[in-house]
Design a protein around this ligand. Structure first.
Ligand SMILES: [Zn+2]
Length: 174
């Protein structure tokens, strides 16, 4: 076993499967988020019971480092507390484990932060970040799309807005 995975919420939603001897990690924030859904809740309970997922809270100084780095890029405003926790966890594990750490996420802001912090990442659904991207701002909860990039929270349901490449949306929309 030379590789471990750090999973964000999208990894569970898109069905990343993990079973021994594969070892995965996630944070309490992710667990809280995905336990709102019965299906993913059952899934994570099984993984935790199997011992294939370990829930760890990243130390404060790693969170601070991620905050600082993402503040310098424009990523911080697109990262939720949950997002920050998984990036910090990946960074922490990379420093402490003598193994390759791969962050599994379909969130572009997370992927971008990971590449700046030299954390390897893997995407399940999308192709991963590309060089030139026109971002589209959308609400992950009610799926509304916004043109004004300065809005941070969904005016309809209050969720923190996410962004994704405009061209990608055209492909996935049917
Ligand atoms: Zn919304």
């Amino acid at each position: 076993m030379d590789k471990v995975y750090v999973l964000d919420s999208s990894a569970f939603i898109f069905g990343f499967s993990t079973s021994p001897p594969l070892k995965s990690y996630t944070t309490q924030e992710v667990v809280k988020e995905i336990c709102k859904n019965e299906f993913t809740k059952t899934k994570i309970e099984i993984y935790v019971a199997q011992g294939s997922i370990e829930v760890i809270s990243p130390p404060e100084d790693f969170l601070k480092k991620v905050l600082t780095v993402t503040q310098n890029t424009s990523d911080l405003k697109y990262l939720s507390k949950t997002d920050l926790s998984v990036i910090a966890l990946a960074l922490f594990l990379k420093k402490t484990l003598n193994q390759k750490v791969v962050l599994v996420s379909d969130d572009y802001a997370i992927q971008n932060a990971a590449s700046i912090l030299k954390i390897e990442f893997k995407s399940l659904k999308a192709k991963g970040i590309e060089k030139q991207i026109i971002w589209e701002i959308y609400c992950p909860a009610c799926k509304r799309v916004f043109l004004n990039a300065s809005i941070l929270k969904c005016p309809f349901c209050g969720h923190k807005l996410k962004r994704k490449p405009k061209s990608k949306l055209a492909i996935t929309k049917k």
